[in-house]
Design a protein around this ligand. Structure first.
Ligand code: GUN
Ligand code: ZN
Length: 441
């Protein structure tokens, strides 16, 4: 179990399983007054405060966050572009024009390592401020942008998955690699960073239109050489994009088949969006163990549409679904705010997303989608101590609204609908306090 060196006290909600599959009663753990103790980066104790207190050595100080807090596992973001931090809120375009007009010119700047390092610092600090402790991150085509991000993540001891974007066509020349250089650069980055401390490498073909079949093939072969790496790309985000892929790959059955053909559909594959996937494609996602990252703020911002998560998760062929901000097409770093939009996406599909289901998606659900739920995403002895402390009364209107709340379920829904970075009081990464919001009470 390990030796505890620190402990925190307050109400805790965490999950032991998947509430979408097995229901809330069997999976949600709520302790109204709990202690979570940790040492050596891992949780050593979790349970009712009185019980755990008796088990802790006297030398361990307990920091009490009080009854208006909520302790949960750190949030996860399964799809985000760190280089797009400087261009969040770019006006007026849908996906393909947005890429050409804003994204590609911005990503050009990451040839400069110093610029990349400064954005990486801002980006990870902002994530911690929002309670996000693990994410799956796109860098740019430039290997130095990957070094910049991993160096800062290593300094913070964050568990992240990230990689160099592979793109060898259909973008400006200044942003293109080649099949060979993309393969060689990715391989060197894997050797340098993959499984170094908490860092994980993610093979990252941007999306089918910006890679030749040859480059997608080489990405699949690289993955065969390093099978415990991750893989991320985009799929079926926008209807014009889907049509473009069909015209670029006339021999394939559809968009997902382009990836499946090159052996890119497997466990640890995270596909951004997947809004317009067909029934057959969802079947392939299920059979291959691939995951969808649901990015509602981005989907609404770019006018792409809205994913039906219940269709994706359908019990007879469930597809793993994680939550993503997709910043900078996404409009917020906040996973709470992303849940607010996920609720609205569900409404448009005539479905419900409860506060507890939302918190599951923000934590263990996304860890499950990324195949790292044995490490992060829940609070239990042995899990890595990535922990968020929420302030349940972080703004005047939330404070007011909370007076009328009748149970933890309603409280969670109020936080997911009204909360943002101000609700994040403290963020612990591998047991170390890495963000503390200035007091507002
Ligand atoms: N498809 C290909 N590249 C991108 C990107 O950077 N953002 C989004 N949202 N979709 C993409
Ligand atoms: Zn994206």
């Amino acid at each position: 179990q390990g030796t505890p060196t620190q402990a925190i006290r307050g109400p805790v909600v965490t999950f032991r399983g998947d509430p979408f599959k097995d229901g809330l009663d069997a999976t949600m753990v709520y302790e109204s007054d709990a202690i979570v103790a940790f040492g050596d980066g891992k949780v050593t104790h979790f349970g009712p405060a009185d019980k755990v207190k008796a088990q802790l050595p006297d030398s361990v100080q307990v920091r009490d966050y009080g009854k208006d807090s909520l302790i949960t596992a750190g949030f996860l973001d399964s799809h985000v572009h760190f280089p797009q931090t400087p261009m969040i809120a770019a006006f007026g375009e849908q996906l393909l024009d947005w890429l050409n007009k804003y994204t590609f010119p911005t990503e050009r700047k990451y040839a400069d390592k110093a610029f990349a390092s400064s954005v990486a610092k801002t980006f990870l600090a902002e994530q911690l401020k929002n309670g996000t402790t693990t994410s799956c991150i796109y860098c740019t085509v430039f290997p130095q942008s990957v070094d910049a991000l991993f160096e800062e993540a290593e300094r913070l001891n964050m568990r992240i998955s990230a990689g160099k974007v592979l793109m060898n066509r259909n973008a400006p020349d200044y942003l293109l690699d080649t099949t060979n250089s993309g393969y060689d650069d990715s391989k060197a980055l894997i050797r340098k960073w993959h499984n170094r401390g908490r860092l994980m490498y993610c093979i990252t073909p941007r999306f089918a239109p910006t890679s030749t079949p040859d480059q997608l093939q080489s990405a699949g072969e690289l993955w065969d050489e390093f099978p415990d790496c991750f893989m991320q790309t985009h799929v079926s985000e926008n209807v014009d994009e889907v049509e473009w892929v069909k015209s670029l790959f006339p021999d394939r059955k559809g968009y997902l088949d382009v990836y499946d053909h090159h052996k890119l559909c497997r466990p640890r594959a995270v596909f951004g969006h997947g809004i317009h996937l067909t029934e057959e494609e969802l079947g392939t996602m299920h059979t291959t163990g691939s995951a969808i990252s649901h990015c509602p703020t981005s989907n609404f911002f770019l006018g792409s549409g809205y994913l039906d998560i219940y269709r994706a998760m359908r019990a007879d062929r469930p597809v793993r679904v994680g939550l993503g901000t997709d910043l900078g097409a996404g409009t917020s770093f906040s996973i709470l705010l992303t849940l607010n939009e996920a609720y609205k996406a569900a409404q448009l599909n005539r479905q419900k997303l409860t506060g507890a289901q939302g918190l599951y998606l923000a934590t263990r659900g996304t860890a499950h989608a990324m195949y790292i739920e044995d490490k992060v995403g829940s609070i239990a002895p042995g899990m890595e101590a990535d922990i968020v402390v929420l302030d349940m009364k972080s703004t005047p209107i939330i404070d007011y609204r909370m007076q009328f709340v009748e149970d933890i379920h309603e409280a969670l829904f109020v936080q997911m609908t009204l909360g943002d970075d101000r609700a994040v009081q403290a963020t612990y990464v591998a047991g170390k306090l890495q963000h503390e919001r200035p007091s507002i009470h």
